[in-house]
Design a protein around this ligand. Sequence first.
Ligand code: IDP
Ligand code: MG
Length: 152
Amino acid sequence: MTTLERTFFMIKPDGVQRGLIGEILGRLERRGLKFVGMKFMQVSRELAEEHYAVHKGKPFYAGLIEYIISAPVVACVVEGPNAIAVVRQTVGATRPHEAAPGSIRADLAVMVGRNLVHASDGPETAQTEIGLWFRPDELTSWDRAADRWILE
Ligand code: IDP
Ligand code: MG
């Protein structure tokens, strides 16, 4: 049986500014993941601080908040089998020079402070982050014609 998961994914301001929205979303789409929520938005300082609350007090925290609110982002909810692990794998390790070849961060980034994307790191954070970024009525369950060629 296939257990579908949902995870939160975001293209950070550098991805938007560099014109990589299509490139990045295309990688998730081509892999077979399904978007069930998506919005282009300017992040408020309040939302950024709540999203990154776990990093409060770390040396990079202030810079991280400024980075995330510096320009618009694309916030998404992604669905698929093992979506949390699959999206993290497609994203690659936090530090681009340690990310696996073929991952978004390895292929498109060089510095941890400009690593293009965010993805939830586990079931609890996925649930929390989806609830933080999306209202229930902003999520759309839908039948994709290709599902039977992607999901066994
Ligand atoms: P993750 O995004 O791979 O889950 P986390 O350790 O949760 O990585 O860190 C959150 C974000 O904080 C990173 O994606 C990166 O943008 C930023 N960050 C983490 N460590 C550093 C650092 O040492 N310098 C600058 N930014 C950092
Ligand atoms: Mg993280």
